[in-house]
Design a protein. Sequence first.
Length: 379
Amino acid sequence: MPRPRRGGDDEDPKDSTFGERLPGGGSLGWRLDREERHPSLSPELVSAAVSAPIVFSGIQPTGRKHLGNYIGAIRQYVEGQDRGDPAIFCIVDLHAISVAYDPAELRERLYDTAAILLAAGLDPERCIFFRQSDVREHSEMTWLLSAVTSHGDLNRMTQFKDKSAKQELVSAALFFYPVLMAADVLAYRATEVPVGDDQRQHVELMREIARRFNERFGETLVVPEMRIPGVGARIMDLQEPERKMSTTGGTEAGTVLVLEEPQAIRKKLGSAVTDSGREVRRAPEKAGITNLIDIYAVARGSDPEAVEREFEGAGYGDFKQAVAEAVVDYLAPVRERYAELRPDEAALEAILAAGAERARASAAPIVADVRERMGFGPA
Ligand code: TYM
């Protein structure tokens, strides 16, 4: 089915035509992010984008997946697979080699991540679920897009600065990471990219790359929208709530893993850092409590205002206990399902292989189009 090209389709987020909440967009108020106004966007294109977004997101197989990944991203994937046509989710193993790694461990972590996503509710019948390295178009597209990516932009990426400070060898792959990420999305002409807040700069760059390609070679690529959840886009470390939760940059005691046992979850939430006050309410100077309110709201399918009302007059101790129970209940089904799925690597491989075939079928004609526009192959 031919799709309208939506390159540069953008408008004011406050404009109600293409509002914050999409049909079926979940109860927590999702946000599509756009920085610029493009008044030329036609109503037809708006309605096409609303009714049938092409959703794409990726997740790294490195580290262990934590509550921040789950709340900021994975739950969005599950929700996105019913809106997306198609919804495409990719385990980005090519990104994982940008820092020091062990090949055997990479394979193990890839299966872990695949099983977590399936346990969380990704359904290979309702989405395209695959391993990035199986689809060569991603690598080729990276090189092609590097022609319209500015070195200065890559140099400004805060994630590159943060991660390179921690590496013995700062690989060229780490520098090129955002180009590969742009290739992932642009190779499918995806319209929507569900991510957590920390990927904002990368998504802005991929939009710039798409725009620059279209200016240079003619309208070819879609400028995708970033989609971040209204609540939980940035889950913070429980011990150091001014830092985001992360298995690489955060504290161990402050990071709740998706597969963690209930007792460990209770312990981590019980010792979460709060403040010297007593009120369960969100405030800039109450980073720890604000974070716990967001976590509780998502885990219970509520919203932060309702949580503040629910715990009016309650002490921090009772509140933390309630958050712990909510998180235990929230993650238990995923952990249980994971235990069933993870041992069968052949089944996981079969799912990933079938997904890769479908992904290739989607990406190949678009990459061929890009090649042709750039002057490769016969006239
Ligand atoms: P990765 O694997 O680091 O993280 C996966 C997703 O989890 C989100 N996330 C968080 N959300 C809320 N609070 C947190 N503390 C938190 N920590 C992580 C991330 O924003 C992300 O959405 N570069 C990407 C992977 C990627 C990708 C793509 C994403 C590769 N290609 C194409 C979208 C589209 C990454 O490192 O994710």
